[in-house]
Design a protein around this ligand. Structure first.
Ligand SMILES: [Zn+2]
Length: 138
């Protein structure tokens, strides 16, 4: 199946979908809570915050920690969209294109492009789990 913009939009309709995705990729297979040790822990999303909390002990997990998305003022979905663009572009994506797509300043666009480029060149990136798109694995 081809990974098109339609696929992307369906899978990541908003920032929350992206956040859940990151959580699932990294912590979806957790069999015990790393903090209290309860088996098959149930972590729920903390309202209005980008973290998840153990129902039993209150331990919080921040899926954005140690990723390029952490403390960024750029919406998570914008990051994901740029990663999508990079993954489908045959000849890379320029900062100018990022600027145009996101409507951000060139400086901001340049930084985003640089970080995504670095991420995609890494064998084991900080973006945890497998991000699968057409012909590209991050
Ligand atoms: Zn716990």
């Amino acid at each position: 199946m081809r990974y098109t913009i339609k696929t992307f939009n369906e899978k990541f309709p908003n920032d929350d979908a992206c956040l859940y995705y990151l959580f699932e990729q990294t912590y979806g297979n957790m069999t015990t809570c790393p903090h209290c040790g309860v088996t098959e822990p149930s972590y729920y999303r903390v309202k209005n915050r980008k973290c998840f909390e153990c129902k039993d002990c209150g331990n919080q997990i921040h899926p954005l920690a140690n990723t390029i998305f952490h403390k960024s003022s750029t919406p998570l979905r914008s990051w994901f969209y740029i990663i999508y663009l990079f993954s489908v572009a045959k000849n890379g994506v320029s900062a100018k294109e990022v600027e145009r797509h996101l409507g951000v300043t060139y400086k901001c666009a340049w930084r985003i492009a640089k970080q995504v480029r670095e991420l995609m060149n890494q064998e084991t990136g900080r973006l945890t789990g497998t991000v699968e798109t057409d012909e590209t694995y991050i």
